[in-house]
Write a protein that binds this ligand. Structure first.
Ligand code: AMP
Ligand code: GLY
Length: 417
């Protein structure tokens, strides 16, 4: 197959790395890609959010499968345009991408289908939001409706904080919801419309600081699998959350195709849906890809062509850990341009792969060009071994303008120690 991968982050570097190793991948093109992806693919400067440009590229290169990394192209209708042109695409159409693109849409879908999620109200103005606040206990959660790159959510620990978050927001759709207590885990399910299959679990670390403190980020590290999501809880989440969602979307004439990423809160009453994403997580994807055995490109093609089950997913029993190295100042204003060295030393270590997220080449040197810069990944027979290897690799990297969390995996490491 000729495969086109859309996106330019660490998630896409991990996807490209795994796709390029797949027996059924003949040629891999990335748009726009990054210097890491350039190791495994040809990179072309096409805007992944421009449906017509993506279709033109796919036709010109005789592409058999398009794999969409981030959510923005999906919400922009790139999936629709490719399907209309008869090109297989791993990723949903825009109306199914609303599962990520609109929190209110997903909450209403849960309510209509008895899918466990936090109690909520949808409001459209600051005034209505303030009025609705009285119906909730504290803590309370306030969410902007649309895509906000992880920055649209406030978990308010006091009423004053909630009022402040609402008054700082402008009028527009918002969701106010009940605070759920428990541990979070991510479940990745492959969905081809009617059929669903659990693919992998992971746990992310969203806060910038050690001990899960400070502002939310896109994710500072992850490990896979997440043993806290036991086989029983995973089966329950598939049965009560993912399967009814896929069914409801198909019945509404807006079937979902691709990977459905369920952000779960494991509450005392069982798994509850925090949010959906309509693509792989970043950095969860970097942690999952080294565990994938078999022909990953063929697996994604089977999902894209409605043949889920014909290529069974295969994951190794090994554990992986990804430590994100970010540019100082992230998530507010990351420092750009810091030079990065030592990647060859890091990657020479057993079980280690360094995926590139926000990098660019400047006069032949690799420099930082984004908030999250590297996703340093290691696998091991245990989480402890993966951790030792991942941090040895981080320590071999020379990036003075960077920082990372030293405690990735702490919840699980505490449990097993
Ligand atoms: P989201 O963008 O919806 O995933 O929210 C970002 C983060 O906010 C989640 O990963 C949770 O840590 C937290 N969060 C969101 N909704 C809730 C909730 N209802 N109860 C507790 N924490 C939440
Ligand atoms: N790491 C969380 C996300 O990709 O949304």
């Amino acid at each position: 197959m000729n495969i086109l991968l859309l996106g330019s982050g660490g998630r896409e570097d991990a996807l490209a790395w795994r796709l390029a190793q797949s027996p059924s991948c003949a040629r891999l093109i990335a748009a726009p890609g990054n210097p890491g992806i350039l190791r495994w693919a040809e990179c072309v400067a096409v805007d992944p959010c421009d449906p017509a440009a993506v279709v033109d590229l796919a036709k010109a290169e005789a592409i058999d499968l398009v794999v969409v990394g981030p959510e923005a192209p999906l919400v922009a209708g790139v999936g629709d345009a490719l399907r209309a042109a008869g090109i297989a695409v791993f990723g949903p159409n825009a109306d199914a991408a609303r599962l990520e693109g609109s929190k209110g849409f997903t909450k209403d879908l849960c309510a209509a289908n008895d899918i466990p999620t936090a109690a909520y109200v949808r409001v459209d103005t600051v005034g209505d939001a303030l009025a609705a606040l009285d119906r909730f206990a504290i803590p309370v959660v306030i969410k902007a409706d649309g895509l906000a790159a992880g920055k649209g959510v406030t978990v308010a620990l006091t009423r004053a904080e909630a009022v402040d978050a609402i008054t700082r927001a402008s009028d527009g759709p918002m969701v106010i919801e009940e605070f759920l207590e428990g541990e979070e885990a991510s479940l990745f399910a492959l969905v081809d419309g009617a059929r669903t299959i659990a693919f992998a679990s992971a746990q992310d670390h969203k806060r910038v600081g050690e001990g899960d403190t400070g502002p939310n980020t896109g994710g500072m590290g992850a490990y896979s699998p997440a043993p806290v999501l036991t086989p029983e809880l995973e089966a329950q989440a598939m049965r009560e959350i993912v399967e009814p969602t896929a069914r409801a979307m198909a019945e509404a004439g807006t079937p979902f195709c691709g990977v459905l990423f369920a952000g779960l809160m494991l509450t005392r009453d069982g798994p509850s849906l925090i949010e959906y994403n309509v693509r792989f997580g970043d950095p969860e994807c970097e942690a999952i890809m080294p565990r994938v055995d078999g022909d990953f490109a063929a697996l994604l093609h089977s999902v894209a062509t409605g043949r889920l089950g014909e290529v069974p997913p295969k994951l190794s029993d090994e554990t992986t850990m990804t430590v994100v190295v970010a540019a100082k100042g992230y998530p507010a204003t990351p420092a750009a341009g810091g030079t990065i060295g030592g990647l060859d030393h890091a990657e020479a270590l057993v079980g280690v792969t360094v995926f590139q997220a926000g990098t660019k080449l400047s006069d032949g040197a690799l420099v930082a060009s984004g908030g999250r810069v590297l996703a340093v990944t290691a696998k091991g027979r245990s989480l402890g071994e993966a951790r030792t290897r991942a941090y040895a690799a981080v320590d071999a990297i020379d990036f003075a303008d960077g920082f990372h969390r030293r405690d990735i995996g702490w919840r699980e490491l505490e449990r097993i120690s």
